[in-house]
Write a protein that binds this ligand. Structure first.
Ligand SMILES: [Zn+2]
Length: 379
């Protein structure tokens, strides 16, 4: 009730402000766009927010949206503004069968002429396991970049880009807009991949059958900053975005030796919360001592270069190769050979990860060249 009241009051204020602006505009500046009264920065934030709400609003209800200008970079001709948007989303679909990607999978099964029972079983399995309806609200973060011409300051015609959470790569937003038809076709084209993942899940000795991927996902979502705009430890002159007040420091003591380099430590903590067993206490095993300030940990816990061979080794076989379409929440994404994050959502509409080094919570990601996916458990 309280929140509804607050929203109502806010809307009244917005209506009042818009009304007074338009009254002012009509009486004095009737030819001017209302946008002219806003700064370039405000117009950039508005443009990014409009795109975001329009893009994700088709599939999700959006709550608690925060949009803030986190960076601007002037390269003489243009100023590149980065708007960080964070919100909570709730899928509008009420069952997996309502999702275009899953409808595409089922139609691909129908199109096959031979015995489709094993395929149908694979798609049924996928529809249940991949789409996580157990938690109805899920965090979503997107960085939107808008370069504005320094001379014209024309925000209206400026292009919109999405920035990858880990690199400086910019993707034209128009190429990545959510589209039911595109998702449907992508589902249709993914049926063989889904079938092969299903067979692997049935037969592979790899993976850890007791792994609770939902507990791992929830751990990751619980212990990360969102909408972080600076570095907690170095408020001046540090480009890393981290908020260690949000970390699980009472169990895994904050250790300055891991600062700005704790992506593997964070994913290890989440996998441990999911029940993956620690072993040993030597530098080559996967463990970290809890509840005390110490540098007692094994390299596979804190360093991706040791984590990957450890988790995939024939001795442990905890990680099994996976792929963009089938890798689901609680499982692993390496965006680079030295950066690891946890996948915290795959509902077939968006794929999101959560990670440290830069605190990132629910970042929408795409299947980029070089990304490596690993499943600890697909069910
Ligand atoms: Zn810093």
């Amino acid at each position: 009730m309280k929140r509804k009241y607050l929203v109502f009051v806010l809307m009244l204020i917005i209506v009042f402000v818009s009304f007074s602006r338009s009254a002012f505009a009509m009486s004095y500046e009737s030819d001017h766009d209302l946008q002219a009264y806003l700064t370039v920065e405000d117009r950039v934030v508005n443009k990014a927010t409009d795109w975001f709400v329009q893009n994700y609003g088709e599939f999700y209800e959006i709550e608690d949206l925060h949009a803030s200008l986190v960076r601007s970079f002037n390269n003489q001709l243009k100023t590149r503004y980065t708007v960080a948007i964070h919100c909570m989303t709730r899928l509008k679909a009420e069952s997996p069968a309502e999702l275009p990607f899953i409808r595409g999978l089922y139609d691909a099964v129908k199109d096959k002429r031979d015995d489709t029972r094993p395929l149908k079983a694979a798609v049924d399995y996928y529809a249940v396991e991949i789409v996580d309806f157990s938690k109805d609200l899920s965090p979503l973060s997107v960085d939107i970049v808008i370069p504005v011409d320094n001379e014209t300051k024309d925000v209206n015609t400026a292009e919109i880009y999405i920035q990858d959470g880990n690199t400086t790569t910019l993707y034209p937003a128009v190429d990545y807009e959510l589209d039911a038809q595109k998702l449907y076709l992508s589902g249709k084209n993914s049926v063989d991949e889904v079938y092969s993942a299903y067979q692997t899940a049935q037969s592979s000795a790899r993976g850890f059958s007791d792994y609770n991927r939902i507990a791992a996902r929830d751990y990751a979502l619980a212990w990360v900053g969102s909408n972080v705009v600076g570095c907690y430890d170095h408020p001046l002159g540090c480009s890393i975005l981290q908020d260690r007040t949000k970390w699980n420091n009472s169990v895994y003591y904050y250790n300055s030796n891991l600062v700005h380099d704790d992506c593997a430590d964070f994913v290890s903590q989440a996998m441990s919360a999911g029940g993956l067993p620690e072993d040993g206490s030597s530098g080559s095993t996967w463990f970290r001592v809890k509840y005390t300030y110490t540098m007692a940990w094994g390299a596979p816990w804190t360093n991706v270069a040791y984590m990957l061979p450890y988790m995939t080794s024939s001795a442990h076989q905890f990680w099994d190769s996976s792929s963009f379409a089938v890798c689901n929440a609680g499982n692993i994404l390496l965006t680079e050979s030295d950066h690891v994050v946890m996948i915290t959502l795959n509902d077939t509409v968006t794929h999101r990860y959560t990670g440290h080094t830069n605190d990132k919570k629910g970042v929408d990601f795409y299947d980029e060249a070089g990304y490596q996916y690993y499943a600890i458990k697909t069910t």
